[in-house]
Design a protein around this ligand. Structure first.
Ligand code: BEZ
Length: 260
């Protein structure tokens, strides 16, 4: 095993927005659950390159985009210079004034302290405010994870994956413990076609797996990605397209008007 530099900000913002646009494109559907009203103050938590933040603005809201990746925030500011983007951690942020809604698409599964993030969200909301979120749920990318774990084990690495994929029961319990009233929750499979044909899975791994494989050198990582594509081809490559076995957890929850 060779030592590799730590992966501090693993995000390649241009790869993300050019080849993984499906992440925010699927988020448009989630946005319809938020039902933004003109004049509302909304926080987009884990805003990435800002595409959904901009859509929230277009619905008439005053919106703040927050992300912990300097690269993503730089890309978001470049994409939408008029918007308010902030670099901050979901487990430690504070706002100068509470918001009517918190929206979060494909971000909360990166946070290993879900209670801390939900506490920040709860504190950021006005009484009566709502959280609408989608994250990877139990079983998310299980086929891909198993292949990577097997390849890591062959190299004598014992590395847990870095994501938080809760079951519906676990997450709604956490929400209720924080004081939220859960109004909607669903866990569903969403096999997702990856862009770039033959290179689709390799590019997906290049974007999303480095955090997990941080102790490997870049060359070792690349070799592992190619090996993973060969293992996964029979299960996930169909008709010239790679399919990621995504499983999503969607929730909508209210902060009560008064504490009970
Ligand atoms: C997701 O959106 O579910 C996801 C993306 C990358 C890594 C892990 C999960």
């Amino acid at each position: 095993m060779s030592a590799a530099p730590p992966v501090r900000d693993p995000w390649n913002a241009s790869l993300y927005q050019n080849q993984h646009a499906f992440v925010w494109e699927y988020g448009q559907d989630l946005l319809s659950l938020l039902q933004v009203k003109a004049g509302e103050r909304i926080l987009d938590l884990g805003c990435g390159a800002g595409q959904l933040t901009e859509l929230i603005r277009r619905q008439g809201a005053e919106v703040i985009g927050l992300d912990s990746s300097p690269q993503m925030i730089a890309q978001a500011r470049d994409n939408f210079p008029a918007l308010d983007f902030r670099l901050a951690d979901a487990t430690a942020f504070t706002l100068e004034a509470p918001v009517d809604g918190v929206f979060s698409n494909a971000a909360l599964h990166w946070i290993q302290q879900p209670e801390a993030a939900l506490e920040r969200v709860y504190q950021a909301l006005k009484p009566g405010g709502r959280l609408v979120a989608e994250l990877g749920g139990k079983g998310n990318i299980q086929t891909i994870r198993r292949a990577l774990a097997a390849l890591l084990a062959k190299r004598h690495y014992d590395l847990p994956h870095p994501w938080y994929f809760p079951s519906l029961g676990e997450y709604t319990f956490l929400l209720e413990q924080k004081g939220f009233r859960v109004t909607y929750a669903i866990l569903f499979e969403r096999p997702t076609p990856l862009e770039q044909g033959e290179r689709g899975l390799f590019n997906w791994l290049t974007q999303f797996a480095p955090v997990w494989l941080a102790p490997l050198t870049p060359a070792e990582r690349e070799q592992l990605y190619w090996q993973a594509t060969e293992i996964l081809r029979p299960q996930l490559y169909r008709g010239g397209i790679w399919w990621a076995d995504y499983c999503r957890l969607r929730v909508s929850a209210l902060k009560p008007e008064s504490e009970s």
